[in-house]
Design a protein around this ligand. Structure first.
Ligand code: SF4
Ligand code: SF4
Length: 176
């Protein structure tokens, strides 16, 4: 398992070569290009998913938002995975999802919630694959982003063009 930029976990990879890192940087730029215009419609669907990763540096902020101390937060809200990561234990739906389907700790929500869906490993790895495989269709690779995810509409309508544009950069480097 390789970790890119301390956050993207790329399953199946042991190491990242310098060449691969250049292409990952392009994939990262594509993913992050969605951030300024990201349209979360607060439908609450992603708040029913498991695997909400909480980083140690977030414990204090989220514990405070939850109204508990750090020890109570670690014991009562988190599980530690064999790989050392911490996940929220109370999901499906998330313990912080309100009855109105809105996050009750929105301002202090975990980074992964802020990043979803345009800057999480699942999307990032597929953007990378489409970037380096000209025959791959990104819309096939992200078929999980269907109409039931309102926030993915903008991604589905623009991602092909963005990848096509940046494939030129990948190809140009290969010709040098
Ligand atoms: S699924 Fe998308 S639109 Fe719905 S709450 Fe999550 S990020 Fe927002
Ligand atoms: S912390 Fe908030 S945004 Fe994140 S999954 Fe829970 S309810 Fe949703």
């Amino acid at each position: 398992m390789a970790v890119y930029r301390g956050k993207y976990i790329l399953d199946g990879l042991g190491t990242i070569s310098p060449e691969m890192e250049k292409n990952l940087d392009i994939a990262y730029e594509i993913c992050m290009s969605y951030r300024p215009q990201f349209p979360c419609e607060m439908c609450g669907k992603c708040c029913h998913q498991p695997n909400i990763v909480i980083k140690p540096e977030e414990f204090e902020r989220i514990a405070s938002a939850a109204g508990v101390d750090i020890a109570q937060f670690i014991d009562g809200y988190l599980i530690r995975m064999p790989d050392g990561r911490f996940l929220l234990s109370k999901t499906s739906p998330c313990v912080f999802l309100g009855k109105d389907n809105k996050c009750t700790i929105w301002k202090d929500r975990p980074q992964i919630c802020d990043d979803f869906p345009y800057a999480v490993s699942m999307f990032m790895s597929r953007v990378y694959l489409a970037l380096v495989n000209p025959d791959a269709d990104i819309l096939d690779l992200i078929s999980y982003m269907d109409g039931s995810w309102p926030c993915t509409r903008i991604i589905r309508s623009t991602i092909r063009e963005k990848i096509e544009e940046r494939r030129k950069d990948v190809a140009a480097r290969c010709l040098c």
